[in-house]
Design a protein around this ligand. Structure first.
Ligand code: NAD
Length: 206
């Protein structure tokens, strides 16, 4: 049976619940009211979101945390590990390679790629950086699910075409290039947009 498609906003809220629950170690149950108070989200909305993940609280007790956590993992597609490569290991790419928190949430960064000889064959955080010429060969012998693209804008189109041509179905595109490919989900990630969103909320705050 096909799963219901969740809206981006619902996915964002479910991810927030999941991340928050991952950090709780000292209790067994949590109520939607507690979650609402901690996350600043209306508790009726939380109950509706959690129902979409097949979870209904017990009156007077709330939700069993471990059960809720594993349901959220399933709904969010993180009840398995995703193998990730980073293409472009400059400022942003190397910062992502250095961060150790992704693997905790099932995102396993397996390699970096670059064309700069001073970066190729080096390791960051134990992860090797290969020349991008070896990308095809690497993808054929390692199952790669997601490519993170952190190259300069001028190189983005060519890099994304190559990633898609090797059958990778998910791209996190940090470059300013807006790109659409029929057989690949490409999410554009832009911190500037988050700044603008925040500025707009601040400017309109009563
Ligand atoms: P950078 O110049 O420090 O790093 C880019 C790296 O890509 C370099 O190491 C370079 O050698 C490599 N590269 C160039 N062409 C390549 C190719 N064809 N194949 C593989 N590697 C290649 O740049 P940066 O500051 O890390 O920024 C990277 C990208 O991220 C830029 O497009 C920038 O606009 C974008 N960016 C986005 C955000 C955001 O919020 N979306 C924030 C910062 C940077």
């Amino acid at each position: 049976m096909k799963r219901k498609i969740l809206s981006n906003r619902t996915i964002t809220r479910l991810s927030l619940y999941y991340q928050y629950l991952s950090r709780i170690t000292d209790k067994k149950f949590i109520s939607s009211k507690d979650l609402a108070g901690l996350l600043g989200i209306n508790d009726a909305k939380i109950r509706k979101d959690l129902a979409s993940a097949g979870q209904f609280g017990i009156r007077g007790k709330g939700y069993e945390i471990s059960q809720l956590h594993s349901s959220l993992e399933k709904v969010l597609g993180i009840n398995r590990t995703w193998n990730v490569v980073i293409i472009g290991c400059g400022n942003l790419g190397s910062a992502l390679l250095k961060y150790q928190g992704f693997s905790k949430h099932k995102f396993n960064i397996v390699a970096g790629f670059d064309i700069d000889k001073t970066k190729v064959n080096k390791e960051i955080n134990g992860i090797k950086i290969y020349h991008f010429d070896l990308f095809g060969k690497f993808v054929k012998s390692n199952k790669i699910d997601i490519a993170v693209v952190t190259v300069p804008q001028e190189a983005a189109s060519e890099v994304i075409d190559k990633v898609v041509s090797y059958g990778i179905k998910g791209i996190l595109n940090f470059t300013p290039l807006q790109v659409y490919k029929k057989d690949c989900i490409i999410l554009k990630t832009d911190i500037t947009i988050e700044f603008i969103r925040l500025a707009c909320l601040l400017a309109n705050k009563k």
